[in-house]
Write a protein that binds this ligand. Sequence first.
Ligand code: SF4
Length: 447
Amino acid sequence: MYNGKSVAFHTLGCKLNFSETSTIARLFQEKGFVKKEFSQPADVYVINTCSVTENADKECRTIVKGALARNPEAFIAVVGCYAQLKPGEISNIPGVDVVLGATEKFKLLNYINLSSKSEHAVIHNCEISEADFFVDAYSVGDRTRSFLKVQDGCDYSCTFCTIPLARGKSRSDTIENVITNANTIAAAGVKEIVLTGVNIGDFGYGRDIDGDAKKRKTYTFLDLIKELDQVTGIERFRISSIEPNLLKDEIIEFVAYSNRFVPHFHIPLQSGSNDVLKQMKRRYQKELYEERVSKIKELMPECCIGVDVIVGFPGETEERFLETYDFLNCLDISYLHVFTYSERDNTEAITMDGAVPMAERKRRNKMLRILSAKKLRAFYESQRAKELSVIFEHENKNGFMYGFTQNYVKVKYPFNEKICNERIDVIVGDFDEDGSMTCVVKEHLLA
Ligand code: SF4
């Protein structure tokens, strides 16, 4: 046991990484560690890295340096996707003690050595093909919402992406175990769960916990959400992100009429040019995407739709970029997450012709961010005077608290401890310069 020893965590990247860090943190607390903020001195610092981050190396160096400034004797562990892809680079960062890849990160406690700092970082990594088993994870206690991991890895081969190299083949949890975790999260008083993974629409297929590829499962993502919809104690389930080709009509229809699944979809598009989509080896053309959006809006006109898009992919001529711009401009969507293409080792795209100059990539990124702000404002304004429900975060920001409605509108209200972390009915007000919408709490209206 490590009674009285302290540990602090820093997570880079996606909701999946946050769910895994929170799970690793619980393993440390079970062994007697006290959890500290990363800004505080600690005996152990754990950095959970991301392979998508632009300057992952530089960022990791800065974070390690900061930790050592707080405690030069601290044990530094770097884990996660970037650690799986570039263990050598990380092991050269002064002060790092251990580097753990995809299969070892959940066994971190086995590698802790508080007696002395290592001369050189020790790497425990493996071929990604060995990461063929599923480890469940969920976040709890850090926020109002909990991130629940239901799937990991990916069998797709999008030409710009390193995630399959960092996380391995697609594999899923069992429905039973997901329900068990959802009940555990409900028992902790959390009201909203966000389902997360790498390619969650692929849930059910591929390998299961026993790593048995041959045993193709007979259940799907739709089966999972139908079961989850029965979990009492959780007010809302939110689907974090789902590939357009896996967002079947049945899933959209189920969400439209479900008790607990909210009208909010985040659907990666990546490009609005079919030529570029082909180069990216995406598994759809823009027409399918458009058809998915219309289907959603037909059944849920108030639904929030978020879109991932990459600018500056090799071969994205000005003409093809404008095709993407016009496609998005005409689509009934709510906001964009805009990524600038950046070359990644061991991806197919890095060898492609037609590289777009960085300045041009940045110009296109800016154009789409302006479009996103316009779309978001229009979507928010369309919700004015509507009666929606919100779960307010337990944080007082200059006398106000913030929360998201079921359709992902950010609303603000004067801080009131009594109604935090509860599902509250509100009437949406006006757009506020801080980017949220004001609101009035219905019950206060009636008081
Ligand atoms: S679907 Fe494509 S972009 Fe998404 S994780 Fe898989 S390979 Fe990467």
